[in-house]
Design a protein around this ligand. Structure first.
Ligand code: UFG
Length: 354
């Protein structure tokens, strides 16, 4: 493992640099995958709340530049149990936020070994390192893909778990491992099942390669990239396009902090929570919202369904309200698309100027 930069101690400097006082107990959090989209934005929020953060990331899909100043970056894999154990001990980590994962549905179907190796085998190595070092608090980035094609919506956490691809299957397998480690050695954990993360903070957003997600693809089409292909127009939905529950990434980040706080309580074992807005928007509705943000038509073409896409995925977020005291606050597609568009334009302008 390679340590890139030692963070200034955020806990100690928090009062001095004028950030808002934080009313809970300050933590040192190890964020695996903290150079990725959701991980890096959650690190931003953790630091702003005064917590200390160490990021562990292979940088295979994450970006060094996405790790906020003030967090320490360690380049390495969660699967390296001995090194992770040393990191947990040396940094006196209080809690782990485990975002590191392979997360492309299509790739998971073509290369299941990669998904079982990194999402399951790597995850179990992390659990072993936590058990050995006595770190007993864990929050996990899970996914709506554990439900597969739901029988009804909104989907609550007790809906049948029938993943239809290795991505969902491996996330579910790790949830099960968390459950059994919780029972055997008292790890207190929360699994957050995300629906469709969207939007950006002022400085960080989605940067996948290849990019497969709807909102970045349609915004790229507006900036002169390939026209968006709408995958499927014959779904059993009002306009024939697939319906998803989009959730602002800053709302997701806030939910992670609430979940980390929840693991401070004495109850051991696994708690599970959907993170969605509770509202669904079709692909065409998202496209129209983007047109209203951008102020011009989004170049697009109609295409066939994409393999593995369920027609409708909308969360019940009742449990997130009761368990985490969390409500999404940035709920309209315009807010999410607007934040992603602002960042994309600023980056395009910076590239043009550079
Ligand atoms: N879509 C298009 N054109 C594109 C990209 C996407 O029409 O270029 C459509 C998709 O077919 C889907 C919707 O836009 O109907 C949203 O697609 P995304 O790729 O943005 O997101 P997904 O719904 O496929 O992915 C989400 C989560 C995954 C989870 C999956 C479960 O990001 O973690 O739902 O199906 F696995």
């Amino acid at each position: 493992m390679q340590v890139i930069a030692d963070a200034a101690c955020c806990v100690a400097s928090w009062a001095a640099d004028g950030r808002q006082p934080y009313h809970g107990r300050l933590m040192h959090v190890l964020v695996t995958g903290g150079a990725g989209y959701i991980g890096s934005i959650t690190v931003e929020r953790l630091l702003a709340a005064g917590h200390a953060v160490t990021v562990l990331d292979t940088l295979v899909t994450g970006h060094r530049g996405a790790v906020p100043d003030g967090a320490e970056l360690v380049i390495g894999s969660v699967g390296d149990q001995d090194s992770v154990g040393r990191l947990l001990r040396d940094r006196r980590v209080d809690a782990v936020l485990h975002c590191a994962a392979r997360s492309l549905v299509g790739q998971s179907v073509a290369e299941p070994a990669l998904y079982y190796q990194e999402n399951v085998v790597g995850g179990v190595a992390l659990l072993n390192a936590m058990r050995e070092t006595g770190v007993g608090r864990l929050v996990f980035s899970s996914t709506a893909a554990v439900y597969g094609t739901p029988l009804s919506t909104p989907i609550d956490e007790d809906a049948p778990l029938r993943p239809i691809n290795p991505y969902g299957a491996t996330k579910l397998a790790f949830e099960e491992a968390m459950r059994w480690y919780g029972a055997a050695c008292g790890i207190r954990s929360v699994s957050l099942r995300y629906f469709n993360a969207a939007g950006a903070s002022a400085e960080r957003g989605e940067e996948h390669d290849p990019e497969t997600h709807l909102i970045p693809n349609l915004l790229k089409a507006c900036l002169g990239g390939p026209p968006l292909t709408i995958f499927g127009t014959d779904y059993p939905t009002p306009d024939g396009t697939a319906v998803r529950d989009y959730i602002h990434v800053l709302d997701l980040a806030d939910a992670h902090i609430a979940a980390l706080e929840l693991t401070a309580s004495s109850d051991s074992g696994l708690r599970i929570c959907n993170l969605g807005s509770g509202s669904g928007y079709s692909v065409l509705e998202v496209l129209r919202a983007a047109e209203s943000v951008v102020g011009r038509p989004v170049p697009h073409a109609l295409g066939d369904r994409r393999a593995g896409d369920p027609p409708v995925l909308v969360a019940s977020n009742e449990r997130a309200g009761t368990l985490l005291g969390w409500q999404p606050r940035r709920g309209t597609p315009q807010e999410m698309i607007g934040s992603a568009w602002d960042l994309m334009q600023r980056r395009a302008a910076a590239r043009g100027a550079g």
